[in-house]
Design a protein around this ligand. Structure first.
Ligand SMILES: Cc1cc2nc3c(=O)[nH]c(=O)nc-3n(C[C@H](O)[C@H](O)[C@H](O)COP(=O)(O)OP(=O)(O)OC[C@H]3O[C@@H](n4cnc5c(N)ncnc54)[C@H](O)[C@@H]3O)c2cc1C
Length: 415
């Protein structure tokens, strides 16, 4: 076999980019995908609009990944970062637009156009793609070097290099069913337990169900479990039929899932007035109550809260809705302030991993060389994308990680 035979397993964003970057001189690249089409999960991204990447700085970018996984990605981002990725698509005729919080989307507002550019590039580079083919096994030679893959149709391919880009374990109908983790484990890699990330949370009590569909803006959340407390930034929040969601919940859900798994009761507290201190808020109440002393508390709260929340606030505070504000006692006022600043909701669990936007855990970072994406256990085996134990925030971070690790793995597999 004279050519460097590279097999890439999985035609999601990481596998497609790996194939494009590996198709350099002297390599014979085969991309194997179990579905009949490219990037079924990619098609769903950004609600069908594909939040491709984020234009924040490298240092900010690295902070948006959980634990030390940001640092692990430094070399991959050095090889291909946000502006490189944007240029890649714009050079091929797909313009990008930057939206709030530096999120980048194609101007077409369609993830299908991102897939089309990648598919065209694969075709231009004459990369062989085997659709509707599932890789069943990867085998190694006596020296422990990757040697071949066996396929669902019974065929076997001898290889010099394999790039494993099979994704995570959520939205399994898209093809991300987790075989890659099994291959990696069988070949001696440590798999960090798989958990849901960027996921909505279920609440214990059902009394907030009436609020289903209510969205809050400009609030801050405090996540609490035992003595642990983490504050979110200011942002948006959504009550749902089963519990709570919205950007702030999704971003912090990974931490909460870990707390719940540790068996610590977890709570989220809403700060409805993050711009005001407890004292400032109390002063605001006093001023308002003085200005219209005969108003009922129920009516007075309309200036402070969405209407649908007023009954719940009054019920939790134990204040009668028709009580006049000039009769509100200091203790009751204190209770109201506390509800505004720390409206507490007990969390029972998250939705299942299947519904997560990203899988946390995966092939341990200790078993992968971050400079090349090559396995430290099996020579000639590389990893790319969500199969690696990296997970980022919403905002385009996960796709950039998939493209960057794919690019780096592809580049190094050719050598
Ligand atoms: C609803 C939703 C919305 C999202 N939106 C965004 C967003 O806007 N921005 C963002 O940055 N991230 C987003 N993400 C996350 C992002 O989609 C993933 O991080 C990304 O797709 C991971 O890419 P990947 O190539 O590693 O894996 P995947 O996209 O999962 O691709 C893996 C591929 O491997 C194939 N495969 C698996 N096993 C085998 C096998 N044995 N043989 C052959 N083929 C196999 C699968 O069929 C699949 O096509 C979203 C995720 C979801 C679920």
């Amino acid at each position: 076999m004279s050519l460097n035979q590279i097999v890439i397993i999985g035609a999601g964003p990481s596998g497609m980019m790996a194939a494009i970057s590996a198709s350099g001189a002297g390599a014979n690249v085969i991309l194997i995908e179990k579905n009949a089409v490219f990037g079924r999960k990619l098609l769903l991204t950004g609600k069908g609009r594909c939040n491709l990447t984020n234009r924040c700085s490298l240092e900010e970018f690295l902070k948006r990944f959980s634990k030390n996984s940001g640092q692990f990605l430094r070399d991959a981002f050095k090889a291909l970062f946000n502006e490189d990725l944007i240029d890649f698509f714009e050079d091929r005729g797909l313009e990008m637009r930057t939206e709030r919080q530096q999120r980048v989307f194609p101007v077409t507002d369609k993830s299908s156009s991102v897939i089309r550019v990648l598919a065209k590039e694969l075709q231009k580079k004459n990369i062989k793609v085997c659709f509707s083919t599932t890789v069943k096994n990867i085998w190694t030679d006596e020296e422990g070097r990757v040697a071949g893959v066996s396929l669902s149709d019974g065929k076997k391919i001898k290889v010099d290099k394999v790039i494993l880009a099979t994704g995570g374990l959520s939205y399994q109908f898209t093809g991300s069913t987790g075989e890659g983790f099994k291959f990696a484990e069988r070949l001696g890699h440590r798999i960090i337990p798989l958990r849901p990330g960027l996921i909505a949370l279920k609440t214990k009590k059902k009394d907030l169900k009436v609020l289903s569909g209510v969205a809050l803006k400009n609030i801050r959340l405090y996540f609490k479990a035992g003595k642990k407390e983490v504050a979110s930034s200011i942002g948006e929040f959504l009550f749902t039929g089963f519990g709570i969601s919205g950007p702030l919940i999704l971003s912090m859900s990974g931490v909460v899932v870990d707390w719940i798994q540790e068996g610590i009761g977890a709570f989220v507290c809403i700060d409805f007035k993050p711009a005001l201190s407890f004292e400032q808020l109390e002063a605001r109440f006093l001023k308002d109550f003085k200005a219209s002393p005969k108003k009922s508390i129920k009516n007075s709260l309309k200036d402070f809260l969405p209407k649908c929340l007023i009954d719940i606030f009054l019920e939790r505070s134990g204040i009668l809705p028709d009580k006049r504000v000039n009769q509100i006692t200091p203790k009751e006022r204190e209770k109201l302030v506390l509800l505004f600043k720390r409206f507490s909701i007990e969390i029972s669990k998250s939705l299942p991993l299947e519904e997560a936007m990203v899988t946390r855990g995966g092939v341990s970072l200790r078993d992968i060389n971050p400079r090349t994406m090559e396995s430290k256990k099996v020579k000639g085996l590389y990893f790319a994308g969500e199969i690696i134990d990296v997970d980022g925030d919403t905002g385009g971070f996960n796709l950039q990680a998939a493209f960057s690790t794919g690019y780096l793995a592809g580049k190094n597999a050719v050598i």
